[in-house]
Design a protein around this ligand. Structure first.
Ligand code: MN
Length: 441
């Protein structure tokens, strides 16, 4: 595994997309876009929707891009490089800058420590600021050993049976908080690989208690305006048990830790057919939904492009999110929106453009749902009408509205086609070479 090396001014000549280039691209598609938009807005207005308000909500919705999704992901069998991958934290920031220039919705980056150690926080902040980017949650990593490590996480980290190993994992998380503080991050995401591969290997209750005690020590170092996100996952890399296996365990930990601790839902971290939208509703009811990792899956934690497999599920999740966010009785703070995907056949940047588009589409469709009408249908036990209301929203093609929000914000009408027409990947390969490996991958 490579770790990030500070390479000053490496990015000085790196590719950037100018607004004029995007305008040139947009001009080619503008007539067709106008036609589709006029048709859509006419219909929406007839149905009583405030299209200006919808456009504003869509434009305001920003997603954090994970630093680990900018290179080609591998599987446990192989990894095939796509070429021109970012070799340093600075190049990763440049890549997110390219995404944000195209879609104006990828305004932040979520770092993974120690894959992305900001050597010089001031310069890293300056580069991000130049590209209109902020730093979202920082992620700790106690699921693998580093090259110079004289202890091992083979049998766990925050839950390890040995206190000295737990202490190292605690200190790592505190170090991550400090890196995040220097960059203006406001949250720490903790995902643990801790668990067991065989029945009998671990004492469930003791492993839980050791984890809680370790998390408490990290929590006590959390600044007042920070949040801690506790991510859960039912299996992998441990295959018999994981210490934080489900939302209930995460919720239990977050409740015991305190007001700054929340559950993080990763869409891929559920057993098949789990009703994720119900989990979202319950967590929001309790004010404990802290953040979201978007991806899609067919079988397990496949980390596929958002919306590529189950777009209706994504819409139903957003329906609960929008209800939770707009419910005046809700005490849930606005959740942090992050993508957590990894892909081994697509261009990582094109894949992220597709993911952001799918998320915004599901969000916008959820905004169409009239919750008063839906509640009335529910109160009357009218399952048919409830389905009509939801599917009316889900089957409305809002793509022209998403494109219009992007256009107003200075982005591309069609980000993927602009990415291709501008030969972005070719430029990146020219700058960085073909056989590059993104740090951490
Ligand atoms: Mn995740």
């Amino acid at each position: 595994m490579l770790t990030a090396v500070w390479q000053p001014h490496l990015y000085a000549k790196s590719m950037r997309i100018a607004r004029e280039q995007i305008h040139d691209q947009n001009r080619r598609n503008e007539a067709g876009h106008r036609e589709a938009l006029n048709f859509l807005t006419g219909r929406l207005k007839k149905d009583g929707h405030d299209t200006e308000r919808l456009l504003k909500s869509i434009a305001d919705f920003q997603l954090a891009i994970p630093s680990w999704a900018l290179g080609t992901g591998g599987t446990r069998f192989a990894r095939f490089t796509g070429g021109g991958e970012p070799r340093s934290l600075e190049e990763k920031i440049m890549d997110v800058g390219l995404l944000h220039a195209l879609n104006r919705s990828s305004g932040s980056i979520s770092l993974h420590i120690p894959w992305d150690i900001p050597g010089n926080a001031t310069e890293v902040m300056a580069l991000a600021g130049e590209l209109d980017l902020e730093f979202d949650a920082v992620n700790s990593n106690t699921f693998q050993d580093q090259a110079n490590q004289d202890y091992s996480y083979k049998f766990g980290s925050l839950s390890h049976t040995e206190k000295s190993v737990r202490q190292k994992a605690i200190q790592h998380n505190i170090d991550v908080i400090n890196y995040g503080k220097a960059l203006g991050s406001k949250a720490l995401t903790v995902w643990l690989a801790d668990g067991s591969c065989f029945p009998g290997q671990s004492n469930f209750a003791k492993a839980f208690q050791r984890t809680l005690s370790s998390l408490n020590e990290i929590y006590s170092e959390l600044p007042d305006d920070w949040k801690m996100f506790v991510e859960y996952k039912p299996y992998e890399p441990n295959f018999y048990s994981t210490v934080i296996q489900d939302w209930g365990t995460s919720f239990l930990l977050a409740g015991k830790l305190g007001a700054k601790a929340f559950t993080l839902v990763d869409l891929g971290h559920h057993l098949p057919n789990t009703n994720i939208e119900q989990i979202v509703a319950t967590l929001m009811m309790e004010g404990k939904l802290g953040g979201f990792h978007f991806n899609d899956s067919k079988y397990g934690d496949d980390d596929l492009t958002v919306g590529s497999i189950k777009p209706y599920q994504l819409f139903l999740i957003f329906n609960e999110l929008v209800y939770g966010m707009n419910n005046p009785a809700s005490t849930n703070p606005p959740p942090a929106w992050m993508i957590d995907a990894s892909h081994n056949v697509k261009d990582p940047l094109e894949d992220l453009l597709q993911s952001v588009e799918a998320i915004k589409l599901a969000y916008a469709q959820a905004l169409l749902v009239d919750h008063e009408e839906l509640e009335a249908a529910r109160d009357n036990n009218d399952a048919v009408l409830a389905q009509e209301i939801l599917q009316q929203a889900f089957r409305t093609d809002l793509r022209p509205l998403i494109a219009e929000a992007r256009l107003i914000a200075g982005g591309a009408l069609d980000p993927v086609s602009a990415f291709r027409s501008l030969n972005v990947r070719k430029h990146l390969i020219g700058e960085r070479g073909f056989k590059t490996v993104s740090t951490g991958l």
